[in-house]
Design a protein around this ligand. Structure first.
Ligand code: PBG
Length: 323
């Protein structure tokens, strides 16, 4: 008696495994999220995200050039303003930190990379919500849309190639698209955070942008229990004019990613978020798993589940390994 089938033959050597690999990760498919802090004179390490910095405008410029030289496909920018207020004025102000940094990077890099910006109010509001509040303290969807439209114009004029609305307001893609069209900014695209879940794993990010959020975002971010709802959000965003759609977080939502990838006729991105990063870094630092292998496995899994593009804080390091 012997086994009639021996799948192990195709796993016997590295060359054999390389040849039959179904999924690949290329540096150009990786996007590096970056933080820029207004008024900072030195880069500030983020305690809960070892290896990630809040940049000064200067250090951001240098790190962005290094990332592009390393081969990453794009950069996603987040601003950390010095002053926050109830309506997130810093996000609309053309001289606000995010818009100023976009201008820096576009003039430094031109079209050499894909420059993206987070389009959301939570980094800029003193209450930490992704929208403005009504008189009852609830997030006011439609009042928020008007501000998103202004942010979109400011970010597009500052040089972003793709805007990333991440606030999960109803109608946000349409509001942004029409604000852009009204100003003739027809070439600026929208990478919609279509299926964004209310996740405990955003914890470290809230350190990174010094968020003061009390409570949670469950009235606008999706319930982790739902997948059909994600498909509806994707359909709506495509209908409203999204150029790309995103699933976020990534590793805990690979089934959602697969479902979205099967349905979408535009490229699909997935965001490996701060808590996913922190989790693997912490395990590796404790010697509980091999860091490099774990990172590459996580990126491969996200690609395998259907992501065309992966946003990851390891983009530069991984690009180095994958080249
Ligand atoms: C909202 C936004 C968040 C992240 C990206 N855009 C945070 C949130 O919704 O609470 C999280 C990214 C991460 O955790 O790495 N502007």
């Amino acid at each position: 008696m012997y086994p009639a089938h021996r799948p192990r033959r195709l796993r016997g050597t590295p060359a054999m495994r390389r040849m039959v690999a179904e999924t690949t990760v290329r540096p150009s498919q990786l996007v590096l999220p970056m933080f820029v802090k207004e008024g900072a004179t030195e880069p500030v390490p983020i305690a809960t995200m070892p290896g990630v910095l809040q940049h000064t405008r200067d250090s951001l410029r240098k790190a962005a050039v290094e990332a592009v030289t390393a081969g990453v496909g794009g950069l996603m920018l987040f601003g950390v303003p010095e002053h926050k207020d109830a309506v997130g004025s810093g996000g609309v102000d053309p001289d606000g930190v995010l818009n100023a940094a976009l201008r820096d990077l576009r003039s430094e890099l031109g079209d050499e990379t894909v420059l993206m910006s987070d389009l959301c109010l939570d980094e800029f509001t003193d209450h930490g919500h992704c929208g403005v509040l009504d008189e009852h303290g609830r997030v006011d969807n439609d009042a928020t849309l008007a501000i998103y439209g202004q942010m979109a114009v400011a970010q597009a004029e500052a040089g972003a190639h793709l805007l990333g609305p991440s606030g999960m307001m109803d109608g946000q893609v349409a509001a942004i698209r029409s604000a852009l069209e009204r100003e003739g900014l027809v070439d600026t695209g929208i990478l919609a955070y279509s299926a964004k879940y209310s996740s405990a794993f955003y914890g470290p990010f809230r350190d990174a942008v010094e968020s003061s959020l009390q409570g949670d975002r469950r009235t606008y971010q999706q319930d982790p229990a739902n997948v059909r709802e994600a498909l509806r959000e994707v359909r709506l965003d495509l209908d409203e004019g999204a150029d790309m759609v995103m699933v976020k977080p990534a590793m805990l939502y690979l089934d959602v990613l697969r479902a979205v990838a099967d349905e979408s006729d535009v490229p699909v991105a997935a965001y490996q978020i701060s808590g996913e990063y922190a989790m693997i870094e912490a395990a590796a630092a404790s010697g509980w798993c091999d860091r490099t292998t774990a990172i590459l496995e996580s990126l491969t899994s996200i690609r395998r589940a259907g992501a065309d593009v992966v946003l990851t804080y390891w983009a530069v390091e991984a690009a180095g390994w994958l080249r």
